[in-house]
Design a protein around this ligand. Sequence first.
Ligand code: CS2
Length: 494
Amino acid sequence: MSDEAEVGQRLRLDALDRLAGPDRPWTGPQVDPRALRVGIVHLGIGAFHRAHQAVFTELAAAATGRDDWGITGVTQRSASVREQLMPQDGLYTVLERGADVASLRVVGSVREVVFGAGDPAAVVDRIADPAVRLVTLTVTEKGYRRDGTGGLDRSDPEVVADLAGRPPRTAIGQLVRGLQRRHAQSGAPVTVLPCDNLTDNGQVLRGLVHDFVAALPSAQAAGFADWIASSVRFPSCMVDRIVPATTEEDRADVRRALGLEDRGVVVAEPFSQWVVEDDFAADRPAWERAGAVLTADVAGWEAVKLRMLNASHSLLAYLGALAGYDTIAAALSDDRLSAAAEALMVEDVTPTLRVPDGLDLTDYRRQVLTRFANPALRHRTVQVAMDGSQKLPVRLLGTVRDRLAAGAVPRHAALAVAAWMVYVSQGRDVRGRKLPLDDPMADRLQAAAATADGEPHRLVESLLRIPEIFGADLPEHDGFRTVLVDHVARLLKG
Ligand code: CS2
């Protein structure tokens, strides 16, 4: 028996057509995928993009009758998304899990998936294609390869190799080499829109592109930097949707509902939000027709989301994982942990925020906690716990600095940082189960933690002295160190 026969027929356009009918328990693509032409290149086509921007883009195309906003997705490190989607004509299911009901949507806006490491030339070609007017990114915080000051990390061997002219492998390298070809070939204007959880993500990316270009030999940079300044825009945006890792159970649920095998299933909560700075070099999809907010002011939204939602997510992830809770919802069901998340948002974060017009912060806070409590999502604490060295500065340390500057001690934000420190040093939960340290700085963190030998003061001191995370200022702040040591001492006692 072939693989295909064992697992059932694979999701594909022709198979989907045969299933069409009024009673089907899923929503099909809102545009005809066969007629879609590519207008967007997306770097980093993971689950988040497929559950968020790809859906907004399809709905916007459907609302406006446009057929030129198909997506070429670039998978960065492994070919697996390509292997999942290409045999399926780019189709995949978003399995939306509400607290009580689930629903399914088959999405057709991804028309092609390129494996960046396997076919770097194709990535450069696609970005240069004048039919493409948008390059979007979700490459995670670490994918930007920044140094301690937020600039491009010129000591990173992958950055060095991309700068030396090999076929590009890093996201910034791919982007700059694609833009370089575009400048040489058509000079058509293009917008680059980063969709990762970073403060001022558009400006950050513009700065990194600038750093890369400035490090090129002058003959290559001539005219190119000016063209970028005049013809490329880097708007910022805030993205929000909880997208846990897909499990075998999720795939089995979709198989049962669809009657087809979908290897590209992504899972998401019902909530989805996108606030985009309306500053485009050329055309864009009418995302507002799909519920996105296009505005001149993204910064306020971004700060609210990162400091309220992502910060309390990280707090629950570290405290929850240490306490033996597998999921965020389970962690939140512990009164002490939900009180800590609430206190973080109310006491530490709220005083630091400039609230955007039309947003009620109390409602926002309640909504965040309700979303976290969704038991059907099964969002794992260790998933949110990963890459802490990259996430802490963005989510928590801005709040810490603002409160310290105001003369206050941010006790709850410090608790989240302390929980991360204990997570790093113990690597085990209260029941003795191993907790993975999935972080680009894992070796350095573990080495720093090991020197402390379980002594709270030394643990805080050794981790706080990592400037890429805590800068030069925070280790010098006695009040912050003292509150960290208190929390760490208590957490180490269990
Ligand atoms: C989470 C985010 O994994 C994490 O660190 O905090 O991915 C979070 O689920 C999203 O930002 C929600 O929009």
